[in-house]
Structures are given as structure tokens and as C-alpha cells.
Write a protein that binds this ligand. Structure first.
Ligand SMILES: Cc1cc2nc3c(=O)[nH]c(=O)nc-3n(C[C@H](O)[C@H](O)[C@H](O)COP(=O)(O)OP(=O)(O)OC[C@H]3O[C@@H](n4cnc5c(N)ncnc54)[C@H](O)[C@@H]3O)c2cc1C
Length: 268
């Protein structure tokens, strides 16, 4: 029978020490990805280090011009936070679109980003907004953090402590979801930042989240969905599965980006 030892540290330092001391130990936050994987015996860590009792790790606050969200903040807390709603309403809306109420009341932003599922929602916001992932060891820019399918720059004993989102001028997230799993078939986050425009796509890329620079260049000149007319998205490198072909996903990227730009402009 598979057995594991459960640890409940009170601080990030204690959690980090437990990871170093116990080989193959795994962090657990909301458990909504890890526990199903353990039930299927695809992972059987001998030690589980629970982050959910560390005080202050779920804080949501403004620090200067950045919105700072603690790693154990749950999706429902982000969705319902007045601070998030005021600073980056598109991020609150994104969190409210994740899974179902049970998932939103257990799953955390840190767990989602550590897992880096190619169809998860937060990676699109992190890349489009140019967020910084803060760990117990360092700060990682979004561009260096995401390294492909379920792969990140995190080391085995590294713990995400918070995510810092610079506040954009305008932003919107539009998702076309898989009706069964509720993950994104395609999700597009558009952010008009002080210096540029970023368009980040989740759900469609075979390597995970990515940016659409042809759209970004056009939108930087004029932030209107009309400038996207005539710019085609290539299906090369996009996912093709029983839920939709690569060509269908390429089409959706165009449609959803237009809708996201319209939605961002409608917030004025
Ligand atoms: C039915 C269902 C539907 C879902 N639908 C969606 C959806 O529509 N969109 C979406 O984006 N997601 C969806 N999810 C995933 C959900 O958002 C998960 O909660 C999330 O991916 C993982 O967060 P967690 O806190 O549960 O992490 P856990 O399951 O606790 O951990 C996941 C991984 O992250 C590691 N980890 C956790 N916290 C940290 C940390 N702070 N630092 C470093 N490593 C850490 C763990 O060791 C583990 O490897 C769905 C899940 C389910 C079960």
C-alpha cells in the first residue's frame, strides 16, 4: 500500500527545509491537481508539505503600481477581491472562469503556475501582463518562467511565494472553454501596457502559453480590433485533438483576440 508522511509547516522557511531534508517531497497547496494525480498513482511522493497553513501567504494587496497576490490565494478569493477588481478587473474575471466552484474554492494561483498546465488560465495573464513570479530564492520574469509543457524554471526545492502584476492601462481575458473540463480550448489575454501591447494565448500551443507578436505590433499602433483584419494566425505548432483541430484553434485565436480588445476598450 502507498503511504506518505504529511507535514504542515508554519513558515516558508520551514517548508523549504522540509523539501531539502526529504528526498522526493512534494508541496501541496489546493491539491486539485496533485491529489487526482496521486489517486491515479501517476505520482506517489513519500512526503507532502502543505503550504495552506502558512500565515500571510495568501495576502492580496497593492504595492506601489503592482498588484501582489500571495501564492496560496485561492481562485475564488482572487475573483471576489475588491483590490483585484479595482486594479486589474480582467484578472478577477479570469479567476472566476476557472473550473467550477469546488475548484475555485480550493485551487491556488501558486499551484496553478507551478503546474503550468498548457490549458490553464493564469499563465496567459502572467505572460500578457509581464508579471514577476517571486519565490523563496529569486524573482522570475514571466518570459523566463514558462519553459514548455508542464515545465517551469522552478527548481525542485523552490517555492512560489507571490506573483507581482504591474497594473496595465487596459486588459481583458476571453476564454472559449472545453465544456466538459472547463479548461481553455483557447484563452486570450490582451494587455495594453504603458509601453506596449501584449497578447498571450493559452490552450492552443503545443508548448504551452505563447504570445502573438503580429497582433501585438498592429495593436501597439492603434488599440482597436479593426487593425487585426487581414492578419492571419498560423496553425503551425498549435494543438490538434478530438476537441478541435489546429486550424480551428488558429481561427479562435483571431476571434477571441478581437473580442478581448473590444472588451478592454469597453471598460473605459
Ligand atoms: C475539475 C477541474 C477543473 C479545472 N479547471 C480548470 C480551469 O478551467 N482552468 C485552470 O486554469 N485550472 C483548472 N483546474 C486546475 C485548478 O486550477 C488547480 O487547482 C490548479 O491547477 C492547481 O492548484 P492547486 O493549488 O490545487 O495545486 P496542487 O494540486 O496543490 O499542486 C499542484 C502542483 O504545484 C506544486 N505547488 C503548489 N503550490 C506551489 C508553490 N507555492 N510553489 C511551488 N510549487 C507549488 C505542487 O507540488 C504540485 O506539483 C481544474 C482542476 C480540476 C480538478
Amino acid at each position: 500500500m502507498y503511504e506518505f508522511k504529511y507535514h504542515r509547516p508554519g513558515t516558508v522557511r520551514q517548508a523549504a527545509n522540509l523539501l531539502v531534508k526529504n528526498e522526493d517531497a512534494k508541496l501541496i497547496a489546493g491539491g486539485h491537481t496533485l491529489v487526482p494525480v496521486m489517486k491515479q498513482r501517476l505520482a506517489s511522493p513519500p512526503h507532502l508539505v502543505d503550504l495552506s497553513h502558512i500565515e500571510g501567504l495568501d495576502t492580496i494587496e497593492m504595492k506601489g503600481r503592482s498588484l501582489v497576490i500571495g501564492a496560496t490565494a485561492k481562485h475564488a478569493e482572487v475573483a471576489n477581491s475588491a483590490v483585484v477588481g479595482e486594479a486589474i478587473p480582467a484578472l478577477a474575471e479570469l479567476a472566476g472562469l476557472i473550473g467550477d466552484p469546488a475548484v475555485r474554492h480550493r485551487g491556488t494561483i501558486g499551484g496553478s503556475l507551478a503546474n503550468n498546465d498548457p490549458t490553464a488560465d493564469y499563465p496567459a495573464a502572467v505572460l500578457a501582463l509581464g508579471a514577476t513570479i517571486v519565490t523563496n530564492k529569486r524573482r522570475l520574469k514571466a518570459e523566463e518562467y514558462f519553459q514548455g509543457l508542464f515545465s517551469t524554471a522552478l527548481e525542485a526545492d523552490e517555492i512560489i511565494t507571490k506573483v507581482m502584476f504591474p497594473v496595465p492601462k487596459k486588459a481583458a481575458y476571453v476564454k472559449f472553454r472545453n465544456q466538459a473540463s472547463r479548461y481553455a480550448l483557447v484563452g486570450v489575454f490582451v494587455a495594453k501596457r504603458p509601453s506596449d501591447v501584449r497578447v498571450a494565448v493559452t490552450g492552443a500551443g503545443s508548448d504551452g502559453v505563447f504570445r502573438v507578436t503580429a497582433f501585438e505590433d498592429a495593436l501597439k499602433k492603434r488599440f482597436s480590433h479593426k487593425v487585426l483584419d487581414g492578419i492571419a494566425v498560423s496553425a503551425d505548432g498549435l494543438n490538434s485533438d478530438l476537441h478541435g483541430s489546429a486550424e480551428y484553434r488558429a481561427h479562435l485565436i483571431g476571434v477571441l483576440t478581437r473580442r478581448a480588445v473590444e472588451a478592454a476598450n469597453a471598460k473605459d
